[in-house]
Write a protein that binds this ligand. Sequence first.
Ligand SMILES: Nc1ncnc2c1ncn2[C@@H]1O[C@H](COP(=O)(O)OP(=O)(O)OP(=O)(O)O)[C@@H](O)[C@H]1O
Ligand SMILES: O=C(O)c1ccc[n+]([C@@H]2O[C@H](COP(=O)([O-])O)[C@@H](O)[C@H]2O)c1
Length: 234
Amino acid sequence: MSGKTAAEPRSPHRSPLAADQPVGVLGGTFDPIHYGHLRLAEEMAEALGLARVLFIPAGQPPHRGAPRTAAGHRLEMVRRAVAGNPRFLADDREVTHSRPSYTVDTLSDLRVELGDAQPLWLLLGADAFLDLPTWHEWRQLFSLSNIAVATRPGARALQPDALAEPLKTEVLPRLTKTGDTVGPAGAVRLHRMTPLDISATAIRATLGGRSSARYLLPDAVLGYIHEHQLYASP
Ligand SMILES: Nc1ncnc2c1ncn2[C@@H]1O[C@H](COP(=O)(O)OP(=O)(O)OP(=O)(O)O)[C@@H](O)[C@H]1O
Ligand SMILES: O=C(O)c1ccc[n+]([C@@H]2O[C@H](COP(=O)([O-])O)[C@@H](O)[C@H]2O)c1
């Protein structure tokens, strides 16, 4: 470690990051956050040696209709879900903007805050990754961050040779394995995650049907949902 400290992204109560400590970024609609998201972040933090994982709820998710729940509630649920994990942090930068939450903008902001040397990892589930060529300025994402992709039940398998173009051409030369040296941006890593067939869509349907969603998401989040009567109707 260099001992040099970098600017800390929105984390006034955390110890400062050293400039060479990798930071993970998990964006999502989080409507609501669940154990699929938390387990993804935990496994990636371990596999990639992440010092911090920023959970960034989208204010206006670009590729879907308006979320069921207001951004303030989704942010609060994320805050409750990550409370108590010193590596995890809720980041409000996207919910405070009144524009579509393009990941390229978020990573550009983080680059300005953290500097060019800080290793960044954008964390994606397989479904999000396979859609990457539809994202705004998607090729720029590789110059701003590394990308780590987790397998997800129900999503297509992550076989590098079977990727569709133009994703395949962009990804194949960037693939790395455990132990490879990785810089601040530009690498891609595929991770076989413990399969958890959990989705926010299914949780919303379960709650709307007045069934129990316990053990699919943290009790603290479920308590918040009941307190504010979120997802109470189908
Ligand atoms: N069970 C899971 N396993 C692996 N990755 C997941 C899982 N759930 C969500 N993710 C990933 O987390 C990120 C944010 O997901 P998102 O907030 O859209 O949750 P979701 O459960 O897919 O929501 P919805 O059902 O509303 O589409 C995406 O990259 C997604 O692929
Ligand atoms: O930047 C884009 O064009 C873009 C397109 C689709 C999704 N994203 C981001 O991907 C993350 C997961 O999106 P979603 O819709 O699956 O919750 C979330 O952070 C979105 O802002 C980003």
